[in-house]
Every structure is written in structure tokens, then in C-alpha cells.
Design a protein around this ligand. Structure first.
Ligand code: NAP
Length: 253
């Protein structure tokens, strides 16, 4: 795991009120993050899911610390209403994501869907929640990017492009939200052992470890988090010789 930090005083997660999108899956990074937030002393974690029944195990694990709300992140017009409903949130975690496997010249509907879930969804929610965060002391936003934000991963060309766009927005949001005291953390995992990465034949870290790393990075106000060894190695290879990595990944295609 590697991370970078610029900042000053730790973010207080004891008593925090968080919103985590797409955290209904039993072995997802979202679930790992919710568990870690509760362990860190969060007063309440709202879990935004498309199917509220899928989140029942979260109630069993955490009782009334968890509140499940129905929200599809592609319903951009509902973002403002969600922000009005959850007016006590001070930590916003964009976890919901979609990987279709669409190639660069592949299915356009799949590509659009990936950009709607991975890019426009988090932007709309951040726009809606920015005033809420400001009213609640600034707080923080964490955004699930990917190492594929930095280079195109052969199994998911369109997914990589969407995560590259999200990385650029992450940097812009950090700059724009600094004025209101909102910290922005970009998270850049490599392959993690969830449903999304089921077909990726690489060594994978556990979503629980990633959730704990996200919460620790938020507390320390880190800006960029590479939470797993495989992803951190790939990012280091990219930084040392981007063309060599591009050629290596092309061999995998
Ligand atoms: N796993 C990896 O290797 C890896 C690596 C780098 C980055 N990431 C990123 O980490 C995040 C979590 O990934 P994961 O591996 O835990 O994925 P996952 O197990 O596939 O879970 C994705 C979650 O996003 C939700 N979701 C999808 N579309 C949604 C929508 N329109 N509205 C609301 N929720 C929606 C899904 O809900 P449903 O259950 O309703 O489908 C699911 O709970 C994603 O942003 C992903 O891109 C993952």
C-alpha cells in the first residue's frame, strides 16, 4: 500500500456521518468500507443502493448505525433530493462502479452506461452534497478511481477511460472544494477480490483490507491512496516507464 498526504490535522471519524454508494454486495469494497467506518466510530453510515433488500446483512452486522437508502447513481435528477434528505452527512464515499468489459470500439450502450455510473453519477452527487459538507464542517469526499485511471487496462478499455475521466475530476474537485475545507481522497486500487474482478486472473487483495485502508487514509487526510500491493506495483511501473507498461499490457490483450 502507498499513499500521499499534504495535510494538517486528522479528520475526525469518531461520530462522523458517512454516505457510501453501492455498498450492498457481500464481498464489495463498499461493504469493507462501511465495516471500517463503523469500526472507526462513525455515528451513522448511510448506504445508497439500488436494491434495499441486498443490504439486509448490513443491518444484521451493524444495527441502527447503518441506514439503507434507495438510490441509483445514474438518476442524476435525484441527487439534490438525496442531499436534502441526508443533511447530516460529512463524509461522502463514491464507491458504486460498473465494469462491462466494453472495448474501445465496442458496444456504445455499455460504454455510455460505464460513464454514467463511474463519472456523471459521482459528479452529480458531489455537486448536490458540497453545500451539505460545507454546512457540516467541510468533511471529506473519497472517490474510488482505479490504477486503470492512469493507463488503459486491456480487459476494460472503456472502463479505464471512464476511470481516467474520474481521476481528472478528482483532481479538479480537490482544488474546487479546498475553499470550503472539504478534503478529497482519490483511491486507486489494483485488482481486488470482488464480483467485479472475478474474471481477472491476478493476485487480488481483500475488499475488507481496502475498506480499512480507505478509512485510515481519510483519517490522515491523504490525497491519493494505492491500497494494494499489485496496484501499487503497476502504478510504480507506469511512473518509471509508461511506454514499457503500455506495451506489456498490450501483450495481455
Ligand atoms: N474490484 C476491483 O478490482 C476494483 C479495482 C479498482 C477500482 N475498483 C472500483 O471500486 C469500486 C467498488 O468496486 P467493487 O469491486 O466492490 O465492485 P462490485 O462488487 O461490482 O460492486 C459495485 C457496486 O456498485 C453498485 N452499482 C453499480 N451501478 C450502480 C448504480 N447505477 N447505482 C448505484 N449503485 C450501483 C453495485 O450495485 P448492484 O449490486 O445493485 O449491482 C455494486 O454494489 C468501483 O467504483 C470500482 O470501479 C474496483
Amino acid at each position: 500500500m502507498s499513499s500521499s498526504s499534504t495535510s494538517s490535522k486528522p479528520l475526525q471519524l469518531q461520530g462522523a456521518v458517512a454516505l457510501v454508494t453501492g455498498a450492498g454486495r457481500a464481498r464489495g469494497i463498499g461493504r469493507g468500507t462501511v465495516d471500517a467506518l463503523v469500526a472507526a466510530g462513525a455515528a451513522r453510515v448511510y448506504v445508497a443502493v439500488r436494491d434495499t433488500a441486498a443490504a439486509a446483512p448490513l443491518y444484521a452486522a451493524h444495527g441502527d448505525k447503518v441506514r439503507v437508502v434507495e438510490h441509483d447513481v445514474t438518476r442524476l435528477e435525484r441527487a439534490q433530493a438525496l442531499a436534502a434528505q441526508l443533511s447530516d452527512v460529512n463524509v461522502l464515499i463514491h464507491n458504486a462502479g460498473l465494469f462491462t468489459g466494453a472495448t474501445a470500439l465496442g458496444d456504445e450502450a455499455q460504454q455510455r452506461r460505464e460513464f454514467e455510473v463511474n463519472v456523471f453519477g459521482p459528479i452529480a452527487l458531489t455537486r448536490a452534497f458540497a453545500p451539505v459538507l460545507a454546512r457540516n464542517g467541510g468533511g471529506a469526499v473519497a472517490i474510488l478511481n482505479s490504477v486503470a485511471s492512469h493507463f488503459s487496462f486491456p480487459l476494460g478499455a472503456s472502463y479505464s477511460a471512464s476511470k481516467a475521466a474520474l481521476h481528472s475530476f478528482t483532481q479538479a474537485l480537490r482544488r474546487e472544494l479546498a475553499a470550503q475545507g472539504t478534503h478529497v481522497l482519490g483511491v486507486y486500487p489494483g485488482p481486488i477480490d470482488t464480483d467485479m474482478a472475478e474474471k481477472i486472473p491476478m493476485e487480488k487483495a481483500s475488499p475488507a483490507d481496502v475498506g480499512r485502508a480507505i478509512v485510515a487514509a481519510l483519517a490522515a487526510r491523504e490525497e491519493d491512496l494505492y491500497p494494494d500491493a499489485t496496484g501499487a506495483q503497476m502504478y510504480a511501473a507506469h511512473r518509471s516507464d509508461p511506454k514499457a507498461l503500455e506495451r506489456q499490457l498490450a501483450q495481455m490483450a
